[in-house]
Design a protein around this ligand. Sequence first.
Ligand code: GUN
Length: 294
Amino acid sequence: MSATLLDGKQLAADMRADIARQVAQLQAEKGVRPGLGVILIGADPASTSYVTAKERACEEAGMYSQDVRVPATTTQEEALALVRQMNADPRVHGILVQLPLPKHIDEGAVIDAIAPEKDVDGFTPVNVGRMLIGGACFLPCTPHGIIQMLLKAGVETAGRHAVVVGRSNIVGKPVAHLLMRKAAGGNATVTVCHTATRDLAAYTRQADILVVAAGRPGTVTGAMVKPGAVVIDVGVNRIPDAGRPSGFRLAGDVEFDSVREVASLLTPVPGGVGPMTITMLLYNTLEAARRAGG
Ligand code: GUN
């Protein structure tokens, strides 16, 4: 069997065109232009590239984009002040602080400072709490994008076994919750594996739906996948490649060639989950603008 590839780029393009239409409508009818504020501290190449892509997508959707890039030497107080400025800025409906932050800054304190009604990443304790117990919240973008891809592809999640590899706050924990919650794209029985899991393959081989967000290339090989499984690869790893102008190529967390032979559906890297993350960020920013009075 050779897996069908789940094209995140095409789905993202369709959804972004729809979001752009809604942005134009909101502006025409209510005079509100949705705005996203992005804070990047330091110059990590991967973070810089993500932030640039987010800002470009924002502008393409007709949204206002506020871009604040400051050096890695920025103090915690300065970082908090930047967040507070955006909290108070009526042009900014959504705030994104690119993670990870430099080590001397307390990430939790900075996230906590984001006004929950502008927390379009869905990272603040208020949003995470509301997501867990059910309530009006912003769903975190990568997990939400994954659920949208599964729904669009017609993948049945209810009653099936979903295995998540990774327990990060950004992907592993929230996607496990969305897969198990009582809602469309949920109702699965979920197992979460992580770095202390013994015999990872014994779990991954039981997965009808396998979400791999481990941050390590080659975490899952074809021999670790049940035939016919749906495999979602969340990894974005830069592999040195002297033959490319950039000096690297992107690879996911799963071994693409061997997994493709066993899975029924597989997300490629790049072009799978990545474009959907940015799309859900635009979706949340539009929603934040609507709630703010649009
Ligand atoms: N770093 C990696 N992924 C993300 C994300 O979705 N949002 C933010 N703010 N930082 C990230």
